[in-house]
Write a protein that binds this ligand. Sequence first.
Ligand code: ADP
Ligand code: MG
Length: 633
Amino acid sequence: MSKAQTFSFQTEVQQLLHLMIHSLYSHKEIFLRELISNASDACDRLRFSALTDESLMENDAELTVEVDFDKKSKTITVRDNGIGMTEEEVIENIGTIARSGTKQFVEALTGDQSRDSNLIGQFGVGFYSVFMVADHVTLRTRKAGTEAEQGTQWQSDGSGEYSLETTTREQRGTEIVIKLRSAEKEFLDGLRLRTIISKYSDHISLPIRMRELDGDKPKKGGDWETVNKGSALWARNKKDITDEEYKTFYTTLSYDSEAPLTILHNRVEGKLEYISLFYIPARAPFDLWDRERRHGIKLYVRRIFIMDDAEHLMPAYLRFVRGVVDSADLPLNVSREFLQHNKEIDKIRGASVKKILNELKRLATKDLDKYVTFWDQFGRVFKEGMVEDHENKNLIASLLRFSTTKQEDDKQRVSLDDYISRMAAKQKAIYYLTADNFSAAKNSPHLEVFRKNDIEVLLLTDPIDEWVVSHLTEYQEKPLKSVAKGALDLDEIEDKEHSEEKNKAFDELVAKIKQALDARVKDVRISSRLTDSPACLVADEHDLGANLERILKSVGQDTPTYRPILEINPDHPIIAALKPDADNLDDWAHVLFDQAALSEGAQLTEPATYVRRVNELLSAALPGGGSRIITDF
Ligand code: ADP
Ligand code: MG
């Protein structure tokens, strides 16, 4: 393609560009951060590839980024001698958005310009931020290891199109020439550019160079000077690092405009040598639940960047942790496959997890406000640890927080230790109830006898909770028990004597109801859970339960047929008055069943049948009852 050809941007890119140009007004300086970050990535990638193919360095092994400007032509140039791009790669990377859509980006925008400018980095759309300041952009690039004639030139003014042509380029790597809009002339200032570079890019270990200044202009024939500090922050001594430096570095890692909740910086020496610097954010990123999201840990080997997203360094339930691991022992040419089966990585990971869990424990005991922030932002992800991390099961369990029947709001604040410290003297189990949401849980009939006896019950309303309790069967030697499953041991809860005598009187009614409900129930029995409601549904000890069944169905999973047990309350006026030989017993049985399902927040499969039955019973109860006024509706 020697003649220039014109292409249209992908629709999403067009929307994004429109947004860059028209909606983001402040913090425009971050365009430089983004271009330098890309340049530095490109150099890191070249260095990595050159480990196996030295010829890629083309006898020019000193990797640098240059930033230059020219007042007359109103241009800023950012140049690197990194890996460069082929023409296909240019089309792929600078014409489409691969990972996340603009729609999500737009939804995430808050109007707070400082947060929004960080979102640009989070969404991996950094390159386009150049159009916040540019009238026109020319990108020239040549991939390392290709011929000089195989260079590519890309140009665009940020409206709907870009042009591509083949060009000759002696130097490998990428050069981006930005023609500034006239309103953005302020960036044509050497000191201003240097300040921006040190603000955002001091930690980049590669030299970032600018030409010696003559006043505020580049000096003719002047030398190139390195303008970033270029020292890896994590490799420095803790006591020499200011809070501000830690925070700035965090922002470059996370694009989070808020300060992190906590910082963990460690140097490990001995048989295994490495440095770790971890941050726990104070706010969940927009894509915490996105399966494709990048993980937060970068791996370095002796200060040399190896890879982003080193998922083997941190288990999924701690995926919100950001930071760096710098190993002194790993070879430079590690691959992801290598990491998967590497003993050193396993050890680093194990120790890192312990560090983070211990820090969380410290916050939970010494800095409650921070722990509460952590829990509200990341609790639901953290709970996955109960399933994922058997080794630290007990520590994780101690960090869990729940809402309970002893509170009005749905905040998860109670730990298992708090719960145990408040248990009634003869209470043996930790009781919980799982439900779809807090108000369904709180009003569930299963809680009646517990409320009457002032026994606290944990209310679990996150979908993951079902898995948490299936892995956490006991804590501090106390079994966890669902109030909606199996038989209740009332002696643990109530002081009075319980006789089976009274229940016998209901044997016939129970049998008749069971007959009427047939396949809808596994069993019918007299309840010891209820004080106010006539009936409730419970699951057999080892059955799924209604909540888990609902969750599994909602994600399209096949479930074994689950049939609940109907429990009836002999003290309730309806049950007390219901005769086994009543001729509408069939309607009563089904209405009791459906009401029990409704009261725990379930959806009826046949609501119309339910309504018809209720109306039959109501009309029979009217004066002159039994005349069946309403038979249909
Ligand atoms: P991100 O850096 O998050 O991937 P960007 O929009 O900043 O998103 O860049 C898009 C892609 O363009 C990069 O992933 C990279 O493949 C390519 N790219 C951008 N700048 C350069 C460069 N200087 N050298 C090589 N490739 C680059
Ligand atoms: Mg980028």
